[in-house]
Design a binder for this molecule. Structure first.
Ligand SMILES: [Zn+2]
Ligand SMILES: [Zn+2]
Length: 276
C-alpha cells in the first residue's frame, strides 16, 4: 500500500565520538544516523554508530532497498558503515551518495579508504548486496526515488560537509549538521535553504556560553539553531550532534530552555520519531 507518510527516526544523535556513559542513557550514545520514511521508501542519512541497529531493524522489516546519504566522512558519520547488516545479504540493493569530496569516484574512494587494512580487516568487496556508488556536487538536486527531491548545500565545516533538504509530498525536512557560524552573525545561506521547512535537524554541539571557546571546531549551538528557525519560518526544530560529554540532565535543561523560546523544539535522542 502506498502512503504519503513522511517521518524521521533518530538512531544516533551524538556527535564527535560515541559515548556509553551512564549519564548518556536517555538521549543515547550512538553517533549520527537518521532514518527517513518517504511513503514506502526508506532512506538513511549518515552512517555513524547508530547505523548498526537501524540495519538490523531494516532486515527484520524485510525492506530490500535503501539509500545512504553522507553529510561527510568524519568518523562519527561513518563508523557504523561496515556493520550495516543489509550489505551482507545478496537480495539487497543499497545506493551510497556523497558530495563533499572532490574528484572522480569520490563515494567509492571514501569507502575503499575507510574499509582497508590496517584500519579495518576487510574491504567493501566482502559485501554481497548490490551496492552502487553515486557522486554529486554541492547544490545538485537529487531524485533517488520517485517523488523524493533532495536539495543539497555546502555547510561551513572542516573538510567539507553537505546540508540536505528532503522534499516529499508537499512537505520538507532539513538535515543540517555539521556546521559552524560566526558569532553574532546568522548564516543567511542556511536561512534561505531551510526557509519554511517543516522540520530542521541542526548541529547543536555547543551552547552559546561555550561557543567562544570552540568557535573554530566546526560546530554550532542550540540557540543558533533557534535563531535560524525564527529567521526562516521553520515549523519544528530538533537539536542534534550532542557533545559526548553532555549528560542527560543537561540535555533535559536544554529541552526546557529551548521550548520556552521556540515551543516546537525537540532535543534529538535515539528512538525519537517525528512525523511532519
Ligand atoms: Zn560530526
Ligand atoms: Zn564533522
Amino acid at each position: 500500500m502506498t502512503t504519503d507518510q513522511f517521518s524521521v527516526r533518530i538512531w544516533g544523535a551524538r556527535g564527535t565520538v560515541s559515548s556509553s556513559d551512564e549519564t548518556c542513557r536517555k538521549y543515547g550514545g550512538n553517533t549520527a544516523c537518521i532514518e527517513m520514511c518517504c511513503g514506502d521508501e526508506t532512506i538513511v542519512f549518515d552512517a555513524g554508530s547508530g547505523l548498526r541497529l537501524l540495519g538490523n531493524s531494516m532486515v527484520n522489516n524485510r525492506i530490500k532497498r535503501t539509500h545512504i546519504f553522507f553529510t561527510h566522512c568524519h568518523y562519527d558519520h561513518i563508523s557504523g558503515f561496515p556493520f550495516f547488516a543489509p550489505f551482507y545479504s545478496p537480495d539487497w540493493q543499497v545506493d551510497l551518495w556523497s558530495g563533499h569530496l572532490e574528484g572522480p569516484d569520490k563515494t567509492q574512494r571514501m569507502i575503499r579508504e575507510y574499509m582497508r587494512p590496517p584500519f579495518f580487516p576487510v574491504g567493501p568487496q566482502v559485501f554481497s548486496a548490490d551496492v552502487n556508488y553515486r557522486d554529486f556536487e554541492f547544490e545538485d538536486v537529487l531524485t533517488p526515488v520517485k517523488g523524493v527531491r533532495i536539495e543539497t548545500m555546502s555547510l561551513n565545516h572542516h573538510d567539507g560537509c553537505v546540508g540536505y533538504r528532503i522534499n516529499f509530498s508537499g512537505r520538507s525536512i532539513c538535515y543540517i549538521t555539521d556546521t559552524t557560524h560566526t558569532l553574532g552573525e546568522i548564516d543567511q545561506n542556511i536561512v534561505d535553504f531551510v526557509h519554511e521547512t517543516d522540520l530542521m535537524i541542526y548541529d547543536a554541539t555547543y551552547t552559546d556560553a561555550e561557543f567562544p571557546q570552540f568557535w573554530n571546531f566546526g560546530h554550532s549551538t542550540w540557540e543558533e539553531g533557534i535563531r535560524i528557525c525564527q529567521a526562516a519560518g521553520v515549523k519544528r526544530y530538533c537539536t542534534f550532534h550532542h557533545r559526548p560529554s553532555r549528560p542527560d540532565d543537561d540535555l533535559d535543561d536544554i529541552a526546557t530552555a529551548a521550548r520556552k523560546i521556540f515551543p516546537q523544539s525537540h532535543v534529538g535522542r535515539e528512538g525519537l520519531f517525528i512525523e511532519v
